[in-house]
Write a protein that binds this ligand. Structure first.
Ligand SMILES: NC(=O)c1ccc[n+]([C@@H]2O[C@H](COP(=O)([O-])OP(=O)(O)OC[C@H]3O[C@@H](n4cnc5c(N)ncnc54)[C@H](O)[C@@H]3O)[C@@H](O)[C@H]2O)c1
Length: 340
């Protein structure tokens, strides 16, 4: 296998590369990343000399063609994305460019270069919100934010390329993922870096939204299993059964860091109508390929909190970046006020 992983300087992509190098030693691994705000060279430091790095954007057709010609991948796994819901509510043009059009460029290149497999990493958020029960791979796609809509666009293009051209594409839809190297803008890492800096954390509404969490190693292993054993043209949900309210999650983080609930500031929900109340999905299909999650949610959440406490040199340059500061100020400033 000659494996090309896009978005490898980001959170899940970097863990997936580590897993691939471990599970299949000797595999040639190439990585593509545009090094957008959430992509860091430091995240790839431990595998940089075992991989070939191509810096560029997946929606840049000439760059993708050139990279495919040079690296000659047999398998591509696409993690590259604009990945943050809140940012998509402020400005969503990059989301459509990368998540939808970028996927189209990769699918075309996969066809032209006759790849054996292309795996599109998608999200449970394409299904929208569910009050009770669980989404299956056959549930309708009803995304509620520009982020999830742009991902759904990518998923639909995958389906169309399979039906129209038999491009051997598989889609995975992962649950909310957590672990080390998570860019500090999503709930868990954002709260951790603020708590570690002595700041308050802004919790939307009453913190009652329910998310189904999966550890990044389990998510990566699920994607690996689907890459090896999944059927082209199919969709596989990759999730765990850890349903928790956001407040439950925050209570564990506070407990691990020895802090109290006074460090939480409950703020009006800035996502307004677009805040999905609950995500949950069945994983029978991927379990049928031999995968099941192994990590304990609470234990790994505590390990993640410790990792952020011990790895300030990784996140400090990120939070000191003017772009990061201005996003936090713009998005949370009005509700956090003097606690910003
Ligand atoms: N984080 C989650 O909870 C979660 C859950 C389910 C699915 N996913 C999906 O998994 C994938 C990875 O998510 P993540 O949390 O690791 O995201 P991330 O933001 O940490 O990483 C994304 C990476 O993609 C790169 N990138 C962005 N635009 C690019 C472009 N146009 N060309 C090339 N590279 C580009 C960034 O530089 C970054 O390194 C995404 O497709 C996301 O939709 C994430």
């Amino acid at each position: 296998m000659r494996l090309l992983v896009t978005g490898a300087a980001g959170f899940i992509g970097s863990h997936f590369v580590r897993l691939a190098l471990h599970r299949a030693p000797g595999t040639k691994v190439g990585v593509i990343d545009a090094l957008r705000y959430s992509g860091n060279r430091s995240t790839m430091a431990d595998f940089a000399n075992q991989t070939s790095f191509y810096q560029g954007a997946i929606q840049d057709k000439a760059f993708v063609d050139q990279t495919f010609s040079e690296f000659r991948p047999t398998h591509v796994v696409n993690f590259a994305a604009e990945s943050h819901n809140d940012r998509s509510l402020v400005d969503n043009s990059d989301f459509v460019q990368t998540n939808t059009y970028g996927t189209q460029v990769l699918l075309e290149a996969a066809r032209q270069h006759r790849l054996e497999r292309i795996l599109q990493v998608s999200t449970d958020e394409v299904y929208g919100s569910i009050d009770a029960g669980q989404f299956t791979e056959h549930s309708p796609i009803q995304p509620n934010t520009p982020y999830s809509a742009s991902k759904a666009g990518g998923d639909l293009l995958c389906r169309a390329h399979w039906v129209s051209y038999k491009t051997p594409v598989i889609v995975t839809r992962g649950g909310n993922t957590f672990g080390p190297y998570h860019y500090p803008e999503k709930l868990i890492p954002f709260f951790l870096v603020r708590l570690l800096q002595g700041k308050k954390v802004p919790l939307y509404g009453e913190g009652s939204q329910v998310r189904e969490w999966i550890h990044v190693r389990d998510h990566s292993a699920g994607i690996w299993t689907v890459l090896e054993s999944g059927l082209p043209g199919e969709v596989y949900n990759v999730g765990d059964t850890n349903e928790r309210t956001n407040l439950d999650v925050v209570r564990i983080l506070l407990d691990e860091l020895g802090l109290g609930l006074d460090r939480v500031k409950f703020i009006p929900d800035p996502r307004k109508g677009a805040h999905d109340a609950r995500y949950s999905m069945t994983t029978t299909k991927v379990r049928g390929l031999g995968w099941s999650p192994r990590e304990d949610f609470e234990e790994e959440l505590r390990v993640t909190a410790k990792w952020f406490a011990d790895n300030e040199e990784w996140w400090r340059p990120i939070v000191q970046n003017p772009g990061y500061e201005s996003f936090v100020k713009k998005f949370y400033g009005p509700s956090l006020g003097e606690d910003l």
